[in-house]
Design a protein around this ligand. Structure first.
Ligand SMILES: [Cu+2]
Length: 307
């Protein structure tokens, strides 16, 4: 085979690959992109959706390069056809400096590019909805951030609203277009607050205030699931939240504050973490230290005398 024929094959491969890659990326962006999980209900969700789209659009040409080469080789270079040449060997088949350098350079650029992009996307948009611990390195520019505490316990989530008198409820309501700081903690074992459509997932650890930021952009319902195996009824530990127009949210929060006033008085004062037995915030389902198998009630607390 003469060198000019090899160049010809390579150019044809590149041309087929380029055309298919452009078509695949454009079709993916417009036809699939808007449906990529977790949707665009919040800033963090749409940030994650964008990241997935970018990664897919990088991955599709890589996948097509493999498939196009394989298909081309099967069709054009098959050795079983009548009168086909024997497979070629020799130096050209064993090494090609240009291809080797190009291969290493291209894969290095792709991998390092994805690494830089992923790192920036993790840090810049408020941890992309993930819990960033008690002192996040990024905080929203707005001073008007609504704090909502998420309390995990076996086996349900409850929510406290410190700016509305600290009432506690099983309903998670959010105002639209308002920066929100979820303060996620646990009263017993490790849970994880996963609000799928919000693009928020933050571990709920006892004695820890795990903060996750987001801003809702769309009205509607979303699902909350526990995503950390936390015991027998882990699978039943879910509920639903709702993003409301601002006025409707404030009406709900104020009326719930009034309705729950008697219960709120019985709760421990609002705190970013709770030590269940030591401060009386016993939200657990077990009586205090009666269950001999339940040490979780004593997290970080000295057992009160007389017990
Ligand atoms: Cu759980």
């Amino acid at each position: 085979m003469s060198p000019s024929e090899q160049t010809h094959h390579f150019r044809r491969l590149v041309a087929i690959w380029t055309a298919l890659s452009v078509v695949a990326d454009v079709v993916f962006y417009f036809a699939v992109g808007p449906h990529v999980p977790p949707g665009a209900m919040t800033t963090s969700a749409s940030g994650q959706q964008t990241d997935f789209i970018v990664l897919f659009m990088i991955a599709l040409p890589v996948m097509l390069a493999v498939w196009v080469y394989m298909a081309y080789a099967l069709i054009v270079w098959r050795g079983s056809g009548a009168g086909a040449d024997d497979p070629e060997g020799g130096a050209k088949a064993r090494g090609h400096l240009g291809i080797q350098v190009g291969w290493i350079a291209t894969t290095t650029v792709i991998v390092l590019g994805v690494f830089v992009y992923g790192t920036v996307e993790l840090i810049v948009p408020a941890g992309a909805g993930g819990g960033e611990g008690p002192s996040p390195i990024w905080t929203p520019a707005s001073h008007d951030v609504l704090p909502i505490q998420v309390i995990g316990q076996q086996w349900q989530f409850t929510y406290r609203y410190p700016t509305f008198g600290g009432f506690e409820t099983r309903q998670l309501m959010l105002p639209v277009d308002t920066p929100i700081a979820f303060h996620v903690t646990s009263l017993d074992v490790i849970h994880s607050f996963w609000a799928y459509q919000l693009g928020v997932k933050a571990d709920a650890n006892p004695s820890s205030d795990n903060i996750a930021f987001t801003t809702a952009k769309q009205l509607g319902a979303f699902t909350v699931r526990c995503s950390e195996l936390c015991g027998l009824w882990h699978g039943a530990m879910y509920n639903f939240g709702r993003v409301l127009p601002k006025a409707q949210f404030f009406a709900w929060a104020q009326s719930t504050e009034r309705q729950n006033a008697a219960n709120t008085k019985l709760l421990p004062a609002f705190s970013y973490t709770y030590v269940p037995d030591a401060n009386g915030a016993d939200g657990g389902y077990y009586p205090d230290n009666v269950d001999p198998y339940s040490n979780v009630e004593q997290y970080g607390a000295t057992t009160p005398s007389g017990k």
